[in-house]
Write a protein that binds this ligand. Structure first.
Ligand code: BT5
Length: 325
């Protein structure tokens, strides 16, 4: 699988076809044959652009709905995230791509569809084509490992803030990696890290967000999932939402690295099911108790019979629900 990017000639075709232009004139301006012009138009149509073809020539009628670099970059005012931007129509998992090579920090890998979208512990992430956001960012934070949980909480925090700014809906963070709206999951984060000398050397941060998925498209996870569009009652502009999210992610990441952002305090305020009775399951134990909040390093504090238990990994579910995720 190779990332797809428009070249200079493709961009010129998009510019020149804003008004009707004949194939002959296009060929002349671009210095290519008419057959080559036709091929370009075909390629652009495969990438989601729509042209009218008539005696008057070609006219660009609709821009691509895809999160192509040339569609998102003009909306993006980041310094780091997206400097390297890889777009795929279909990919196994954007995290797989992020782990494959030594990409520079800030690389964004985005796909319209994933055939093997993953959650934690080998679970599946439903990734319906062109309806969600499925992307990974490559970071090299050089943080000591005792900050790994705070680093992980940074991403649900940034997603939550962006949803709130963009839609006025109030989402909550379900510790440690989910975003919930009205009791249902709208987004999840999967972070895969490389540790060296007790430092995070590389983190591939995979983010999945149900943006415009319908109830039918959410069928495999219908009991627990929702989408932004379902909650907002209207379709969401994926390109603008994505650009805003990348900007917020960058700002918050930089503030966190410079010790200017208290992630734990912020997540504590947005914590789902605070005060409610839950089950927490990690590799070693299952505890049923009330959520008290987060401890200073971002661990989850549960109270059971007046005694406090702390968790650093695991899954939380409401006691009245049966499923664990
Ligand atoms: C997560 O895992 O929530 C992390 C999801 C990360 C997905 C992104 S997409 C881009 C990047 N590339 C990847 O391959 N992955 C990342 P976890 O907490 O383990 O939750 C997984 C559980 O969420 C599943 O077992 C389902 O119950 C539920 N689920 C699956 N797809 C869902 C969806 N689209 N919406 C809501 N819930 C879903």
């Amino acid at each position: 699988m190779k990332p797809v990017k428009l070249d200079e000639t493709d961009i010129k075709v998009l510019e020149l076809t804003k008004q009707y232009i004949s194939g002959e004139k296009l060929a002349k301006i671009l210095g290519i044959s008419r057959a080559a012009v036709w091929k370009r138009i075909k390629k652009l149509e495969e990438l989601g652009y729509r042209f009218s073809h008539s005696k008057k020539g070609y006219l660009l009628k609709e821009t691509s709905p895809y999160l192509l670099e040339n569609e998102v970059k003009p909306l993006l005012n980041t310094q780091l995230l997206g400097n390297e931007y890889l777009w795929f129509k279909t990919v196994s998992s954007t995290n797989d791509i992020g782990k494959e090579k030594n990409f520079p920090e800030g690389t964004v890998i985005v796909a319209e569809e994933q055939t093997k979208g993953r959650g934690r512990k080998g679970r599946k992430w439903v990734s319906v084509a062109e309806k969600g956001l499925y992307f990974s960012i490559v970071l090299k934070p050089k943080l000591p490992i005792n900050k790994i949980l705070q680093h992980a909480l940074l991403f649900p925090l940034a997603i939550t803030k962006t949803i709130e700014e963009f839609t006025s809906i109030k989402p909550y963070v379900k510790w440690p990696n989910d975003i919930y709206i009205n009791g249902k999951k709208v987004s999840g984060v999967l972070i895969e890290t490389e540790i060296e000398n007790n430092e995070i050397k590389k983190a591939v941060v995979g983010i999945g967000i149900n943006v415009n998925l319908t109830k039918e498209e959410l069928e495999p996870v219908k009991e627990i999932a929702t989408s932004l569009a379902l909650e907002a009652g209207m379709p969401i502009d994926r390109k603008r939402f994505f650009a805003k999210l990348l900007k917020n992610l960058e700002n918050m990441y930089q503030d966190f690295i410079e010790n200017k952002l208290n992630v734990v305090k912020e997540v504590n305020e947005l914590l789902l099911w605070k005060g409610e009775k839950v089950f927490v399951i990690d590799e070693c134990k299952v505890v049923s108790g009330k959520i008290v909040g987060l401890n200073p390093v971002g661990g989850l504090v549960i109270e059971k019979n007046g005694k406090k238990e702390e968790f650093y990994t695991g899954d939380v579910s409401l006691r009245k629900q049966l499923s664990v995720n």
